[in-house]
Design a binder for this molecule. Structure first.
Ligand code: PLP
Length: 418
């Protein structure tokens, strides 16, 4: 593998930007875009002035700060534009986790007498762990609605889960981070109509990858995160419908119209806005559907060249960038090591912590056994993924799987004790 020298932009404490030379393997194939994405060059360009010359605090009262405030407001419009929201309905946060936590905390604070929550069995820890904290510390009860083997929500079970007068909030993710499976949020919200509950959606994996209109969806809250769609890390937003009150979770200054205290992460907010604008134009151009064609062709060639490859998740109702694939008879953790050596980045369906292998709760909730989860890889593409990279990934995966299968079916080594 060739080694390529790249220039890494580093922002110094003085606000100036220097470039460090770094070496990385040329042609690294990055297929872990559900973990995080590469910052788009236009996003970085948009951010730079706010890391250097335009450093004023947007809350101050002079010309430079007014200019910065205007840029933050523009970013708010860009994010609102991507969601079909009003700019006043967008609150900037430190990311998806804070947006999820804030939505849940606000709903429970606004309906303090209701101690019942509803979620699905495949929610991200940013929702699930907050629910569990409320159960442990505040006496809440949660109903987790199951999914089927395709990862689709059991809609009758959702109807049965909501207890009018007792349930405060239903939180359902728009797209699953592992399988990419899409819940039909607008239809689910329509089913909840008239039940008098708050509805939040964790759309961290969906925003920028599939068209979303919060008005049409009818949700009260929606969480998004910049680094999942070519924006910077550590910045996100909460959409809070103008029809509901938002109780702040981070309290301090009067920023974000007193809905989230703390000096704004200006450059990242500008980057988030730019990324939202870019994604909006790509979605209008149906780039996500073209990406789906690339993903489908990628899956097809893997399945043609290797037997025993199963798609985890609904084949149609899923993000067009995500391939969650189970390879029969292999250990995905071992495959990841081989792929890493070949310069291919992906992630697995099970994680190994301190010697024990933990099965993915998502695959478990879909009813898969440990063997299927252990053989699962998540390969997630982005708009920056090329055909050539996917061809290289197919080669790397085919070689890796064949090697591991050969090892498994090779002559057994017997150890004799003397
Ligand atoms: N929700 C989902 C579905 C996610 O995939 C993630 C991140 O992986 C989060 C929430 C948390 O987002 P952040 O990393 O911005 O805190």
């Amino acid at each position: 593998m060739e080694i390529q020298t790249i220039r890494l932009p580093i922002v110094m404490a003085s606000g100036t930007c220097v470039f460090l030379r770094s070496r990385r393997s040329r042609g690294m194939v990055y297929l872990d875009n559900n973990a995080t994405t590469r910052i788009h060059p236009d996003v970085l360009d948009a951010m730079m002035p706010y890391l250097t010359d335009a450093y004023a605090n947007p809350s101050s009262g002079y010309g430079l700060s007014r200019q910065v405030k205007k840029a933050v407001d523009h970013a708010r419009e860009q994010v609102a534009g991507l969601l079909g929201a009003h700019p006043e309905e967008i609150i900037f946060t430190s990311g998806g986790t804070e947006a999820d936590n804030t939505a849940i905390a606000s709903c429970t604070a606004c309906l303090p007498d209701r101690k019942h929550l509803v979620g699905s069995t495949v929610e991200h820890p940013a929702v699930r762990q907050f629910y569990e904290m409320l159960e442990r510390e505040n006496g809440y009860r949660t109903t987790y609605v199951p999914v089927d083997a395709d990862g689709m929500l059991d809609e009758d079970a959702l109807d049965a889960a909501v207890v009018p007068g007792e349930t405060a909030l239903v939180s359902l993710m728009w797209a699953n981070n592992e399988t990419g499976v899409l819940f039909p949020i607008p239809e689910l919200v329509a089913r909840l109509e008239g039940k008098g509950v708050f509805v939040h959606t964790d759309a961290v994996q969906a925003v920028g990858k599939t068209p979303i209109n919060v008005r049409e969806a009818g949700v009260h809250f929606l969480a998004l995160s910049g680094h999942k769609f070519h924006g910077p890390k550590g910045v996100g937003a909460l959409y809070a419908s103008s029809k509901v009150r938002l109780k702040p979770r981070v309290i301090g200054g009067a920023q974000e119209q007193k809905r989230r205290g703390g000096t704004e992460n200006v450059a990242s907010i500008i980057g988030l806005g730019k990324a939202a604008e870019l994604m909006q134009s790509k979605l209008v151009n149906h780039d996500h559907l073209k990406l789906g064609d690339m993903r489908d062709a990628f899956e097809k060639s893997l399945r043609e060249r290797l037997g025993g490859v199963m798609i985890n998740g609904h084949p149609k109702h899923r993000l067009t960038n995500t391939a969650n694939l189970a390879f029969q008879g292999i250990d995905a953790a071992a495959l990841l090591i081989l792929l890493d050596e070949a310069g291919i980045c992906a992630s697995a369906g099970s994680a190994c912590h301190t010697g024990a292998v933990h099965m993915s709760p998502v695959l478990e909730a879909m009813g898969f056994d440990r063997e299927r989860a252990n053989g699962t890889l998540r390969l997630s593409l982005s708009g920056l993924t090329t055909h050539e990279e996917l061809e290289r990934a197919v080669e790397g995966i085919v070689q890796g799987v064949e090697k591991l299968r050969a090892l498994r079916s090779g002559p057994q080594v017997t150890v004799h004790s003397s």
